[in-house]
Design a protein around this ligand. Sequence first.
Ligand code: TXA
Ligand code: MG
Length: 308
Amino acid sequence: MTVDQTYIDIIKNGGVVAFPTETVYGLGADAWNAQAIQKIFEVKGRPSDNPLIVHISDIVQLDEFVDEIPDIARTLTQHFWPGPLTMIFPKKQQVLDIITAGLGTVAIRMPDHPTAIDFISRTGPLAAPSANTSGRPSPTKTTHVRHDFGADFPVIDGDFSRIGLESTVLDITGDTPVILRPGKIGASEIEQAIGQKVILDKAESQSAPKSPGQKYSHYKPKAKVVYGEISDLDKHTLYLTQNNSSGSTNVVCYNGDLKKLSRELFDQFRQADIQGYDRVHIEEIEDFKPSNPALYTALKNRIRKAVV
Ligand code: TXA
Ligand code: MG
């Protein structure tokens, strides 16, 4: 699908536009326009110490932001770009502080979505966080973006995000690569590609998380989120179950399909609020970890943040 020129013009004139990606919808602004990027923080109500991901459409654009591309990054771009892997690089001096929140590093990814690629190839690199009000679940449909930012907000129409959870954030600036935010691309896939050990950051337990976004409460609906075994069903609770297909309208059974649960989790959180449920109860997914360890880890990370 070709993106309407109107959206390209909004970016060129220093505005912000929401657009679909394979993970979640992003809220983009010209990565070289600090005033435009400032609008992202205003629209989202995002704390200014939480840096943004630069989205590119072509590997040559990496050179605008990074002086030297480490070998391991070359390998990872070949394996996983375009795709749901964000890498943290030492930044070029001229990269705007508003993107990096003053850090010496910059996060970059190339989305695997034809609309996003068409858009970025015509605007140039975009700084873009997820297109939700800060603290709300990330948007996986255009209606989610409109719900948060208003019916007239410029959002490029797209499909239901295919993955539904945000990209894996990988810090490659140290000796050992560190996953700062787990996503669809997991540690073992990355290890296989680079032939080197990767560690998963325990960001939540640290006083100064390396990925600033990890310290904020996230992904939360207004309804209380509960995780664990289900006994009696309560009509004010929306259940996301693995085995209990009771047929009630408040029970959605996933049968251990972690891909489907990942795709739908944020939509279910938002649905629960629209339908006025008090709670969302997610039945345990431990048994299904072997079927997809990466998505399991990513899901547990998002669920944990929604539960607290
Ligand atoms: O899938 C995604 O990554 C989506 C789509 C739109 O691409 N974007 C997204 O952006 O989730 P956002 O802003 O919601 O999350 C970016 C995460 C935050 O946790 C932020 O702290 C971290 O990346 N981050 C950005 N720059 C960083 C840096 N230089 N060092 C460490 N963490 C960084
Ligand atoms: Mg976000």
